[in-house]
Write a protein that binds this ligand. Structure first.
Ligand code: KIV
Length: 279
């Protein structure tokens, strides 16, 4: 069944947890879609996992549109959300609506995600009014890494915890259909989930959220530059890939690959003629 803003809202109401994973290309999107994951996020985390940057700040609109279009071609039932990259919406409400529109028109996403609470509510309202569903993202917002002094857990003291609750209420009020809660204490995320009508999706926010999201490279053990506490390896695909690459290297060197079954045939007479002519 196709996921939509309505089915996702219903999942919150029925206590049916929402599953979300990142994807950045067609083949992985197809695999995730076939596994019955509800939502695919084309995260700006692609800056780190796919493009090798230290953080998400250099990611451009062109990067996001390119990868979102690949994912959209592979997702049949999953709801596709595309991240708005750094400085594509902070600069003005007009820029925000224009760039959100590009992710829908050119990337074929169903919704967009942007980072921030009360400070980006004007943008959320305007994008929503343009009929583009908005997923907000509060708590640890990686595009603010320089302001936070690194990737750090947020909301541990009273003042910051209150600010995150207020941000959650503000983004809902502005029209967001969903909110991502990143790296905040489990009990704070549970409180926010209880008081909001819209679904909450946690990453490093404990089990009380309405759903969970992970970066697929993290959950498959394919990205080893960082290992946040909340990441669980559901497979060791990184290790399996390295093993396969080593086997390939060894078999090519030893001439075990390609074997007869991997090759194409030609008539002997044709080869004899060719040998006569060219050797
Ligand atoms: O960019 C991303 O992948 C994200 C998730 C970590 C929520 O925003």
């Amino acid at each position: 069944m196709k996921s939509t803003v309505l089915t996702l809202q219903k999942q919150k109401e029925e206590g049916n947890k929402i599953t979300m994973l990142t994807a950045y290309d067609y083949s992985v999107a197809k695999l995730i879609d076939a596994a019955g994951i509800d939502v695919i996020l084309v995260g700006d985390s692609l800056g780190m996992t796919m493009l090798g940057y230290e953080d998400t700040l250099p990611v451009t609109m062109e990067d996001m549109i390119h990868h979102t279009a690949c994912v959209s071609r592979g997702a049949k039932d999953a709801f596709v959300i595309a991240d708005m990259p750094f400085m594509s919406y902070q600069t003005s409400v007009r820029d925000a609506v224009y760039n959100a529109g590009r992710l829908i028109k050119e990337g074929h996403a169903h919704a967009i995600k942007l980072e921030g609470g009360a400070s980006v509510c004007e943008q959320i309202k305007a994008i929503t009014e343009a009929s583009i569903p908005v997923c907000a993202h509060i708590g640890l917002t990686p595009q603010s890494t320089n302001a936070f002094g690194g990737f750090k857990v947020q909301g541990k003291n009273m003042q910051r915890a209150k600010q995150i609750v207020e941000d959650a209420l503000s983004v809902q009020e502005a029209g967001a259909f969903m909110v991502t809660l990143e790296c905040i204490p489990e009990k704070l995320a549970s409180l926010i989930t209880d008081i909001l009508d819209i679904p909450t999706i946690g990453i490093g926010a404990g089990n009380g959220c309405d759903g969970q999201v992970l970066v697929y490279h993290d959950m498959l053990g394919m990205f080893t530059d960082l290992k946040p506490k909340f990441v669980k390896h559901f497979g060791n695909i990184g290790e399996e890939m390295t093993k396969a690459f080593v086997s390939y290297r060894d078999e090519v060197k030893s001439k075990a690959y390609p074997a007869t079954e991997h090759t194409f045939k030609i008539e002997d007479e044709i080869m004899e003629e060719l040998y006569k002519e060219y050797r």
